[in-house]
Design a protein around this ligand. Structure first.
Ligand code: GAR
Length: 192
């Protein structure tokens, strides 16, 4: 199964996927493309270090979402991508990619959806004062952090929790769960 990872930021989930492939925790999966809407993103540098092809673009260089998604689609086809993994990609997926890859795009989000959609889910959970939050991997549809849920992991929020400690706990779960879900898709199995 050929995957493209889309990332706007640090790329720690991208790195976790690459690590899981190297460690053979994921088999029969290859990362054939990294797509980023932020050419300076650390994720882009990580991909270059690992000799993974990169398509980095700036949305403002295109007239609209359709135009840059058409260009992304060309790259996906060139690299024969089967599945798209959104790992901290901070843009809504539009019609062009949904029509071509509907049901084959997954996203990792740092909350127990449908709670705390959108930006800064970790801050939203802390502000709300919930006692548990977590991680969700789900199929992507036209909404923001909506779409059928594939798997979730719970993370407990302790009394003295800070944004930093909570982010670390959540990312540890993400780095385990996302590779597991990718493997399950490659095996055409379900994940609990
Ligand atoms: C991850 O925590 C991911 O769940 C979140 O962005 C972070 C990216 O980290 N995604 C969203 O909030 C999507 N709505 P990374 O660049 O280190 O993988």
């Amino acid at each position: 199964m050929n995957i493209a990872v889309f990332a706007s930021g640090t790329g720690s989930n991208f790195a976790a996927i690459l690590q899981a492939i190297k460690a053979e925790q994921i088999k029969n999966v290859e990362v054939v493309l990294l797509v980023s809407d932020y050419p300076e993103a650390l994720a882009v540098q990580k991909a270059k270090d690992e000799h993974i092809p990169v398509f980095a673009f700036k949305a403002k260089d295109y007239p609209d979402k359709q135009a840059y998604e058409k260009r992304i689609l060309e790259k996906l086809k060139e690299r024969r991508v089967d599945v798209i993994v959104l790992a901290g990609y901070m843009r809504l997926i539009g019609d062009v990619l949904l029509q071509a890859y509907g049901g084959k795009i997954i996203n990792v989000h740092p909350s127990l959806l449908p709670a705390f959609k959108g930006k800064d889910a970790i801050g939203q959970a802390l502000d709300y004062g919930v006692k548990v939050t977590g991680v969700t991997v789900h199929f992507v549809d036209e909404g923001m952090d909506t779409g059928p849920i594939i798997a979730q992991r719970v993370v407990k929020i302790d009394k003295d929790e800070t944004r930093e400690t909570l982010m670390k706990k959540i990312q540890e779960q993400e780095h385990r769960l996302l590779p597991q879900v990718i493997q399950s898709l490659a095996n055409k199995e379900t994940v609990q």
